[in-house]
Design a protein around this ligand. Structure first.
Ligand SMILES: [Zn+2]
Ligand SMILES: [Zn+2]
Length: 330
């Protein structure tokens, strides 16, 4: 089968390898769509730890091609995959904090993932989806599961004023989730005009260009702010635009060694809650259901669809202005 390996930092190799065979408890999945995201870029540049060599790609789904002995799945079934494999037995797993499992390994990070024709997948990670789902939408289920984790932590009850910093896939999924959760105002803040226009079409009530407008003047007193850009600047902005007693939910990932000065005083007197949101603990099934429901606008987020030969070009350059989601169809 064809596959794209990360052999070393900044070194991808597209090559032929033999097709794995599933044992009991595993299935072989024919990948129909695999998203490429910021985490893949961080891994490629050595800013996020991974195995090497490894086949990248953690946002994928496809058709069951072959099953292990005694499988509950059937050949030809359309499925999505939760890439994060946990032990299920440690204290964190038992308490539902699966993202902190010390044995966590991830398809496309530590073991071979979705930038290949086929992926050997533990059955525990497989979530069937409706048969008529657009296969390209499979690439959104994992990032949606991470966004749903952020929504869970935000505890929206309806009627809140919500700000979203960053207009990438996560930011634009959070806009839609906030709308479904009944937010009264949804402000999307991003420098890119195309992304602001998209946000207005999928549920944002207002968009702001932080370059041409002074953010603190035009966005204030937000109940909940989602930081989805993974930048120091937006992390600071989030604290400025959130009301006293409000919450900042941080989904964006900066490089691991980035530091920032903060004022503990202002966190205390403003009772500001700064809450990280990591991975997709126990949210993959809900994400698969929600993508299947058709209630999300996903086609508008797809910028480019390529085959495996297009991966190198995508990872070598930052996303082009206005581009949102790249999807690989191996
Ligand atoms: Zn991702
Ligand atoms: Zn565990």
């Amino acid at each position: 089968m064809r596959a794209v390996f990360l052999n070393a930092v900044n070194e991808l190799v597209a090559t032929q390898v033999s097709r794995p065979r599933p044992e009991a408890g595993e299935s072989l999945i024919r990948v129909l769509a695999c998203g490429i995201c910021g985490t893949d870029r961080h891994i490629y540049k050595g800013e996020y730890p991974s195995a090497k060599p490894v086949i990248l790609g953690h946002e994928f789904g496809g058709l069951i091609e072959e099953v292990g002995a005694g499988s509950k799945f059937s050949v030809g079934q359309l499925v999505s995959v939760d890439p994060n494999i946990v032990c299920g037995k440690c204290d964190d797993c038992i308490a539902g904090r699966t993202a902190f499992c010390p044995d966590l390994t991830a398809l496309g990070v530590n073991i071979n993932g979705g930038l290949a024709e086929f992926v050997l997948t533990p059955d525990s990670q497989i979530y069937p989806v409706r048969t008529d789902l657009n296969p390209l939408h499979l690439a959104f289920i994992e990032p949606l599961a991470c966004s749903i984790r952020g929504m869970d932590l935000a505890e929206l009850k309806g009627g809140e004023k919500v700000a979203v910093l960053g207009g990438g896939v996560i930011g634009l999924l959070v806009v839609q989730l906030a709308k479904l959760a009944g937010a009264s105002e949804i402000v999307l803040i991003t420098r890119q005009k195309f992304r602001r226009d998209v946000a207005l079409q999928i549920g944002a009530t207002k968009v702001v260009d932080p370059i041409s407008e002074k953010l603190a003047d035009v966005v204030k007193n937000m109940d909940v702010t989602f930081e989805c850009a993974g930048a120091i600047e937006t992390f600071k902005d989030a604290q400025v635009i959130t009301r006293r007693g409000g919450s900042v939910i941080v989904l964006g990932l900066t490089p691991a060694d980035v530091e920032l000065e903060i004022k503990p005083f202002s966190i205390v007197v403003n009772e500001l809650r700064i809450q990280g949101s990591y991975l997709n603990p126990l949210t993959q099934a809900r994400a698969a259901e929600l993508v299947g429901s058709g209630d999300l606008k996903l086609d508008i987020l797809i910028s480019k669809v390529v085959d495996l030969s297009g991966v190198q070009t995508i990872l070598d350059a930052p996303p082009a202005e206005g581009d949102i989601k790249y999807i690989v169809c191996p």
